[in-house]
Design a protein. Structure first.
Length: 397
């Protein structure tokens, strides 16, 4: 079955992570994504390792199913081609520093004149407005400035960057949501619009717990390791052979007495200091050492079996290899093998969006640099072979 975005065309000028992730999500859902790259150089991500027989595994992971078109936007003819192409697509996506596309004469205002119903999505570190708009930013800078690093790490340790590029990833996901929303609204209004996505805005948006606590109490959230600021116990514990996460939340009756029984400490059940989650959090300095020692007495698997049987939420801390082979991950088909003309096949992460009638599909690998240029120019702009040859000769494509 075709995806829900079948018939939607995206002209994707973005590079590295935030923009490519947004267009990858749209492509998985059926949109035709045309990745516009610089001739000879292409997306910088093509040079990111690790490599499989010369192919960037990083690039493959973010650009599956996209067609590659090379045009030099520094040339006047290249700019003309770009503007002509915008008449044939539904959306344009770029993630350059604000002002870059305007200097090229290819910003939203210029494109809107050619295609009044275009959706033009711009992703940047700080957005198109504000005192920091022109400031360059990378993922780690946005995570630092957005506050997430200030609450990540152990309480007595330095700030830490989470193990995923959350600055780029959240911006890409919000961009995909914004593009789909604008396309839906266009069906009603018949008008296009610009989408301005700031990576910093997105970091603020996902820190709902930290900001709500700060606004409510005036206390600045601090690093807590794996612990929760309200619920206790709610963290990772070392077991005999690894680690286990236990997550006891408020409002569930009998969890604490059952937990005390399982760990063999009935005396804690009636201790006035630990009767509620709030009290346990207040007295955690006394409770944590007790739980740490107890959890080391059994293996992770033993604890999970015993705690699961009495309804205590828990789980192991898996490494990436363990996640890749996990039966639930495999049952949900979250890892797929896609044919590759050079490598035979490559493993990719599947789309997590499970639709019953119009499923997302991950079934085509990323194109080689410029692989689809001739076909796209002939198909979208009705150019003949000699015209395309002249563009190649003039190094426009």
């Amino acid at each position: 079955m075709p995806g829900p975005l079948k018939g939607v065309k995206i002209l994707d000028l973005s590079w590295v992570l935030s923009g490519p992730l947004a267009t990858m999500v749209l492509g998985d859902l059926g949109a035709e994504v045309i990745k516009l790259e610089r001739p000879e150089a292409g997306d910088l991500a093509r040079g990111n390792g690790p490599f499989i027989d010369g192919e960037s595994s990083y690039f493959l992971s973010l650009n599956r199913g996209k067609k590659s078109l090379t045009i030099d936007l520094q040339t006047s003819r290249g700019k003309q081609l770009f503007l002509e192409l915008t008449k044939t697509v539904d959306a344009v996506v770029e993630n350059f520093v604000p002002g870059t596309m305007k200097r090229l004469g290819l910003d939203y205002e210029a494109v809107e004149k050619e295609n009044p119903v275009i959706i033009y999505a711009s992703i940047s570190g700080f957005g198109q407005t504000g005192p920091f708009a022109q400031t360059r930013a990378l993922d780690v800078i946005i995570q630092a400035m957005g506050g997430i690093m200030s609450i990540t790490g152990e309480s007595d340790g330095p700030p830490l960057r989470p193990g995923a590029s959350l600055g780029d990833i959240t911006a890409g996901l919000f961009a995909a949501i914004g593009i789909v929303s604008a396309l839906f609204e266009r069906q009603q209004s018949g008008r296009g619009q610009m989408l301005d996505i700031s990576m910093l805005d997105c970091q603020v948006a996902i820190l709902e717990n930290a900001f709500s606590r700060f606004f409510a109490t005036g206390e600045v959230p601090a690093r807590l390791g794996t612990k929760h600021p309200v619920f206790t116990p709610f963290q990772a514990f070392e077991s005999r052979d690894g680690y286990i996460v236990i997550a006891m939340v408020g409002g569930v009756r009998n969890q604490w007495p059952l937990f005390c029984a399982i760990i063999g400490r009935l005396d804690l059940m009636d201790d006035d200091r630990y009767q509620t989650g709030e009290l346990r959090t207040q007295h955690y300095d006394e409770l944590e050492p007790i739980l740490n020692e107890i959890m080391k007495t059994k293996t992770t698997e033993q604890w999970i079996k015993e705690l699961t049987e009495i309804g205590i939420p828990c789980g192991p801390i898996n490494n990436i290899e363990q996640v890749a082979s996990h039966p639930q991950v495999r049952a949900r088909e979250m890892i797929v093998e896609v044919p590759h003309p050079k490598l035979g096949s490559v493993k990719l992460i599947n789309s997590p969006i499970k639709l019953s009638r119009t499923p997302a599909n991950v079934d085509r690998i990323a194109s080689g640099l410029g692989q689809d240029t001739r076909d796209l120019l002939a198909g979208l702009l009705r150019m003949n072979e000699s015209e395309i040859d002249k563009l190649a000769e003039d190094k426009v494509i």
